[in-house]
Ligand binder design. Sequence first.
Ligand code: HEM
Length: 252
Amino acid sequence: MPASPRYKSVAAYNHGAMLLHWLMAFLLVWQLVFGYLMRHTHSLPESFIPVSWQIHKTFGVLVLLLALMRLAWRFLYKPPADLPIGKAEKAATQIVTFLFYALMILVPLLGWAIVSTSSRNIPTLLFGNPHLVWPPLPPQFVFISHSQAEQAHTVLAYSFIFLLFLHICGALKHQFYDHMPMIARMVPGHILQAQKAGKSAFLLLFLAVFCLAAVMIYFGFVGTQQEGLADAAARAAAATGFGNAGQAADYR
Ligand code: HEM
């Protein structure tokens, strides 16, 4: 359905913003559902438990990296002009957006703090690979205890559900009650003209985040070698093979 003439001047987000938005939406829903299943492990097969911890940590690190990329993208390209909505609704939208950005950074950081303050010293292996070790946070950067980090991670992770609910309700209200092309702003198509954004800017930003991840992985790998954790990494990697039973608590 083409946009009504009233919205002819309204632009959609650019394709970079759309890609980051939908990737993040998928990862957040995945992390919430999977995080819940993983913690309440009677719903997962025993042999899958150690795998599940590494999957959760890997995807969580991806959320953190994508959130940084999204934040940088937002500074590079201002979102398209708002649709004509009331002041109160606009304020509510801005608060929800701000909280989304805050939680997209805070929740993975708190997850990272949990594993960094754990006495079990189980390395975080990205994609279960013993050579892709994500390092723990240096102790001087962790300002909360292990149990505080666990509580905060859980409470803030589940508050995503509330934010997602508000966000989806708002979008549906504008789309179907106010008859504004709200959904078309975030999906590629021909209803609204997408904002222009350089493909090279996206690639450069992607490369920057990739390099950041590579530097972290380098420090993670060196750290495991120096602290004699190479064996632990190898064991954790072996345990992430399907069919190897393990205790949930051992792999956080
Ligand atoms: C936005 C990203 C993330 C989301 C939405 C998320 C979500 C969740 C959820 C829903 C739970 C289950 C809480 C419960 O019912 O007890 C959980 C637990 C956990 N997550 Fe995450 N998580 C994210 C990122 C991370 C990261 C990056 C790490 C570590 C590198 C991590 C490590 C953990 C750990 C260790 C637990 C268990 C906490 C406990 O034992 O109480 N998470 N997460």
